[in-house]
Design a protein around this ligand. Structure first.
Ligand code: SF4
Ligand code: SF4
Length: 458
């Protein structure tokens, strides 16, 4: 397959970054001057399992996807990065690589494992991962591409392999259902299925719903779900977590921006713990979270670049959930500032330093996952068994979002009353716009179409 053919099939299959951001993958694969492709199997969010389980169950798909990406961008080195304690995934990938040894594919597009010995958060952040794997430092507000790398989530790679070899577009998503459910498990759910139905696949709640809250995503970068009957699976949904209302994660996620701001202004003692542990600061990026707190509290004599440095925060939530001894959140200030800068049409032409120096004590300041897990109060859920269940999931009705990705929403190409088959194209981005195609995840009739969703009933 030529690079152009790979890019075209990835575009047609509607593949987007499965790790959370949802950047359209075909755009990434059009890159050149790449020497290293990194498969992100770090899965650093506590309680999630779908990536490690996928690597263990389908090592051939991950490796195949990796080689297709390498071919598309012309990279001669492929590294699958995963943590040392993902024993099943390491065993499966190693066995598959061994089996393929001596083939022309393996010779032309060599793939190896990169084992991350220490389990820390946020190991899966692209800036941290590229440094961990290659020793290269992505410039401030830059991309892995700036240092010759492309990072793809392992789920994205599996989707690329399925599209190339079986012509399958993205219609389903591996989702870990964990926490206060009868049978924690990872399922392969149709996109557009509502959360209340997905939770039934795990046997439902173990307590009264009034005692629980549901988080979509991980306990660090996810958010609370207000309504389980309207929230639906998308191409980037990695986890549905059910937590007691008194849990730390729920307590923090329930706080309003107003409250965060008020507390920050009143209480920050400028101890600098948020700065000392900030993963981007540790990589030498020119910002210090305690300074935005000072700006929030006093607002005078503040250098503009203290405020605009908000664009350097990756919103990993470490400062809020772990570092600050007073339960304050520089991240919320940065988030607010980002919104204000965007509303003012501000363009970043100052935070692009590439001459970075890693902080001397970085290695000792990385936050161990087990300490984070303890702080979040999710220790039990983090370690208990989560089943891997790939059996077919039936959905009577799906409400498929036309914007599950970065860019413009897809324009629907079906109308109410149409019959559609699973895998059929139902929406595409407008010509020349950044976006991704969307496909039917079940066969049935289209019962509703808007500029936001297509609803299909079987
Ligand atoms: S926000 Fe918290 S960690 Fe940061 S300087 Fe203030 S008190 Fe210290
Ligand atoms: S969320 Fe906090 S710890 Fe994470 S990058 Fe932003 S300031 Fe640093």
């Amino acid at each position: 397959m030529t690079p152009e053919e790979i890019v075209a099939l990835v575009k047609a299959a509607g593949i987007v970054g499965a790790g959370g951001a949802g950047f359209p993958t075909h755009v990434k694969l059009a890159a050149k001057d790449v020497d290293t492709v990194i498969a992100n199997g770090a899965e650093c969010e506590p309680m999630l399992r779908c990536d490690q389980q996928l690597m263990a169950a389908h090592p051939a798909l991950v490796i195949r996807g990796m080689r297709l990406v390498m071919q598309a961008v012309g990279a001669r080195r492929g590294l699958i990065a995963l943590k040392a304690h993902y024993h099943d995934a390491i065993a499966a990938l190693s066995a598959e690589l061994e089996r393929q040894k001596g083939t022309s594919e393996a010779a032309d597009w060599p793939v190896d494992l990169h084992i991350i010995e220490k389990s820390t958060y946020p190991a899966g952040d692209e800036f941290c991962l590229v440094y961990e794997v290659t020793g290269r430092l992505i410039p401030e507000a830059g991309l892995p591409l700036n240092v010759g790398c492309i990072v793809q989530n392992v789920g994205t790679l599996a989707n690329i392999a399925r599209a190339a070899d079986d012509g399958q577009p993205v219609t389903h998503r591996y989702v870990t259902i964990n926490g206060e459910v009868a049978t924690p498990k990872t399922v392969r759910a149709p996109i557009g299925m509502t959360f209340d139905k997905v939770l039934e696949l795990a046997g439902g709640f173990t307590r009264s719903p009034s005692e629980l809250k549901v988080v979509v995503g991980g306990p660090m970068t996810g958010h609370l779900v207000p309504d389980l009957t309207t929230e639906t699976i998308t191409k980037t949904t990695g986890g549905i977590l059910v937590l007691p209302v008194e849990n730390e994660v729920v307590r923090f996620m329930s706080r309003s921006l107003e409250l965060w701001t008020k507390r920050g202004k009143a209480s920050c003692d400028q101890c600098r713990d948020c700065t000392v542990l900030c993963p981007r600061h540790l990589l030498g990026h020119g910002f210090s979270p305690h300074e935005i707190m000072r700006a929030g509290a006093y607002g005078i004599n503040v250098k503009n670049d203290v405020l605009t440095a908000a664009v350097l925060c990756c919103e990993c939530r470490l400062c809020e959930a772990y570092s600050c001894p007073l339960e304050l959140s520089p991240m919320q200030f940065y988030r607010k500032m980002k919104r204000e800068l965007a509303a003012a049409g501000w363009k970043n032409d100052i935070h692009h330093r590439a001459d970075l120096t890693v902080e001397e004590f970085r290695e000792d300041r990385l936050v161990p996952t087990e300490r984070l897990v303890a702080r979040l109060g999710v220790g039990t859920y983090h370690v208990w068994p989560v089943a891997w269940d790939e059996s077919d999931v039936h959905a009577d009705r799906v409400c498929i979002s036309l914007k599950q990705h970065i860019g413009v929403p897809a324009v629907p190409s079906v109308a109410v009353g149409d019959d559609v088959a699973v895998g059929q194209l139902i929406g595409s981005p407008a010509e020349g716009k950044l976006g991704a195609c969307v496909h039917a995840s079940i066969s049935g009739h289209v019962v509703s179409v808007s500029d936001k969703t297509v609803v299909i009933e079987s």
